[in-house]
Ligand binder design. Sequence first.
Ligand code: AMP
Length: 278
Amino acid sequence: MQLFTKKSDYLNYRQQSSLGILGLVPTMGNLHQGHLNLVKESLKENDHTLVTIFVNPKQFGPNEDYEKYPRTLESDLKKLKELQGSEKILVFAPERPTEIFPEDFSTEIQVTGLEHALCGLQRPGHFKGVTTVVYQLFQLSGAHKAYFGQKDYQQFKIIQKMTKDLSLAIELHMVPIARESSGLALSSRNQYMTSEQKLEAANIYKSLRMVAQKYLKAPDEAQNLRQEILFKDPSWQYLELLDAQTLKAPGPRTRQVVVAGAYHMGDTRLIDNVLINL
Ligand code: AMP
């Protein structure tokens, strides 16, 4: 497994090596099974896989957890090394943010439209920070395919739109959500919680599934149930049921819906979603 901490080192290596079909897995590190599933998927489908580990300052708001976000490079590398086929993994973990965003960096990539919903409403500028870094990772990696989790569903749709709008020559793959046995979606932020909070947080997925199941039987009642759940528990930041393609209210042409929620468990903000095909 190769580790690069400087962009120039990776670019030189890429030029001198024949990496064949390259898969990209962008992460912020503190790897868990959800991330590893993306890496495994890429290893299956590509000659080499580039895993990037970069806590992207541009996607954190001023009062968010950028400083305290867990940075665990050594154990991340160990987890990657233990994967079958790890000799085909390259890791790019920039040693400092200026490797990606030099002092004079002044470009922004922003997809409009899809951000006027869900996390986009709650975290102004977040998705602009995501697309700006992901565009750059697409370009510098030279990857043919990129792997993202369904866990960040809105992020995936926005990256998909950017890729289409800008005719980027990269194929996107969305990998299902990895969960604990309780149903709680795995997240690097789960470690901010106590074990009691984690147990309670398993209700997030239960609520999303209840709304989804109700929608299949009686769409109007599902909207009532959604509002009831929101009303009963002010820890929900949002709980929405939307057309999965447009991220707007479902209509007669809707073929897939997403039930998505954000929940405050103490200081920890958690997100999750369920997709339903109609
Ligand atoms: P992050 O390190 O949180 O930026 O996540 C990096 C990638 O891993 C993103 O594409 C996420 O959607 C994905 N991911 C994070 N958690 C999970 C999970 N529980 N299941 C599947 N994918 C995940």
